[in-house]
Design a protein around this ligand. Structure first.
Ligand SMILES: *Cc1c(COP(=O)(O)O)cnc(C)c1O
Length: 378
């Protein structure tokens, strides 16, 4: 059997967890939390990082930090995971769904401006498959209308965007705020886990307070205030040291993990390329301004029928390929609240995109087996 995903363990996870447990400090914001946060800050040039228990949590922190109130409008691609919208809906936001690009599932930057009203508060580009949205364009629109940008970088660790100025910036370091995921399906993992990155100085101080149940505990422990108490809203967003210790073992192997995933991705792509001539599907495309962090290997099928056929044939060979993202504007929870606009590209990806097995330990022989099934369908 070839599973869709297989979480990769570097071997040091349990060692570091044991170290955390034995140190006697297993709640949050200890040694491993700081190691992880400092690493990401310096490697990717984020102003401030806070580990969270999920990317969903990090997005919820963004909604609180930006003071989202009932009636505020948030522009989000409809083709995304539920959390991108839910984190803001909980705070009372109205979601205004944008369509995807014709050549990529990411938000169509040319269809954002027409959605802006005097209630619009922010734009959330989702870097689908770890491939950058057109951030120059999105930041320029945000600047023009005085909006915030939160990057949903859940899939985008170690991926970059090169703007017109020629500077290569890490995804998650461009918007005012950004959120990453370390869920077991992502490139580096901690089971469940996430991170909030704050790039705008104005949010740094308050982010720590929201992270620590609305208290100024972090400041107290740094000796900046002589007592701590309840100063704001918030929740318990910080993970325990056990999770941070797990993540640290992954971070130590980040370069190896990324190298291996990119090799797999390339091999896969080269094996699949000739099958594209069947005209049944298209392979993913990476725009010139973006890098590929090898998060996902997907096909965009020409029809829903072909996708269903392919899934079944792969399944009969013991290979699990999956589709995802039922369009949020058609979801049971939100369809009544959607303004009724059609989003044809989003619908097409929801009907036709198929994700192939992709994980560190996927072998060349397994890739060949998967691709041979695809070749059989004429
Ligand atoms: C995985 C994912 C999330 C949610 O991440 P969690 O850590 O599971 O909360 C949010 N947005 C996108 C685009 C994702 O891929």
């Amino acid at each position: 059997m070839i599973p869709f995903n297989k979480p990769y363990l570097t071997g040091k996870e349990t060692l570091y967890i044991e170290d955390a447990v034995k140190s006697g400090k297993i709640s949050g914001n200890g040694k491993y939390t700081k190691l992880c946060q400092d690493y990401f800050q310096s490697r990717y040039n984020f102003k401030k990082c806070l580990l969270t228990t999920s990317c969903t949590d990090a997005l919820e922190m963004c909604a609180i930090l930006l003071n989202i109130e009932p009636g505020d409008e948030v522009i989000i691609p409809s083709y995304t995971f539920v959390s991108t919208a839910l984190a803001f809906v909980r705070q009372g936001a109205k979601i205004v769904f944008a369509d995807s690009r014709a050549d990529h599932p990411g938000i169509d930057e040319n269809k954002i401006e027409e959605l802006i009203t005097n209630k619009t508060k922010l734009i959330i580009p989702v870097h689908y498959a770890g491939v950058a949205c057109d951030m120059d364009k999105i930041m320029a629109i945000a600047g023009k209308y005085n909006l915030f940008v939160v990057e949903d970088a859940a899939q985008a660790i170690d991926s970059f965007y090169t703007g017109a100025d020629g500077v290569k910036r890490a995804l998650g370091s461009i918007g005012h705020l950004s959120a990453f995921s370390f869920h077991e399906t992502k490139n580096i993992i901690s089971g469940e886990g996430g991170m909030l990155c704050i790039n705008d100085e104005r949010f740094v101080k308050r982010s720590e307070i929201i992270w620590e149940k609305g208290t100024n505990r972090a400041e107290f422990f740094r000796g900046e205030v002589n007592k701590y108490g309840w100063v704001d809203t918030g929740s318990s967003f910080l993970p325990s040291e056990i999770i941070a210790a797990f993540l640290w073992a992954q971070i130590e192997n980040l370069d190896d993990i990324q190298k291996k995933r990119k090799e797999i991705w390339e091999q896969y792509y080269n094996l699949l390329k000739p099958a594209e001539l069947s005209n049944n599907f298209k392979l993913s495309e990476i725009p010139d301004y973006a890098t590929n962090n090898a998060h996902m290997n997907y096909l965009v099928c020409n029809t829903l029928e072909y996708r269903a056929d392919l899934i079944n044939r792969l399944k009969s060979e013991g290979i699990l390929a999956v589709f995802h993202y039922l369009a949020l504007h058609k979801s049971e929870f939100y369809k009544e609240k959607h303004d009724g606009r059609e989003l044809p590209e989003c619908d097409r990806y929801a009907d036709c995109l198929l994700r192939l097995p992709m994980y560190y330990e996927l072998s060349k022989a397994e890739m060949e087996q998967i691709v041979s099934v695809i070749f059989e369908i004429k």
